[in-house]
Design a protein around this ligand. Structure first.
Ligand code: ZN
Length: 134
């Protein structure tokens, strides 16, 4: 058995990491799946999904600061839309995460949260959560 849940998020600025752990937990609760796999996927090319610390907001700040240095916004790119940096960052980070569900709960570590990572905002974005029982 599997179920699909989808939700929208509005990103606030050019780059941002938005904690979506709560929305993913809500989807698992609604599915009533106690044991299985949760796959989080986003249908975008200039945003990503990642798991990282959600306790100290400076982790997010430092992450965005450094990734914007490693892949600068302007670097002689050819892509006419002008958002090549966002495409590169998105592919490097990836568009999905898979998390184990055990006893109705995500098996995330104490300090882990699931982040929607925006690289070309602000925009309206979509997140899909596929929950597979087993
Ligand atoms: Zn583009």
């Amino acid at each position: 058995m599997s179920k699909l849940y989808s939700f929208n998020i509005k990103t606030p600025q050019t780059t941002a990491m938005i904690d979506i752990t709560g929305q993913v937990r809500e989807a698992i609760k609604a599915s009533k799946v106690m044991n299985g796999i949760c796959h989080v996927f986003i249908p975008h090319t200039t945003a990503a999904v990642t798991i990282n610390e959600n306790a100290d907001p400076d982790v997010v700040r430092d992450f965005l600061m450094e990734i914007n240095k490693v892949i600068p916004f302007d670097d002689g790119y050819h892509h006419m839309e002008g958002n090549s940096a966002a495409h590169i960052k998105a592919s490097l980070m990836g568009f999905s995460e898979t998390i184990i569900i055990e006893d109705g709960r995500l098996l995330l570590g104490t300090w882990q949260g699931i982040y929607f990572t925006e690289f070309d905002g602000p925009r309206q974005r979509r997140v899909h959560v596929k929950i597979i029982e087993g």
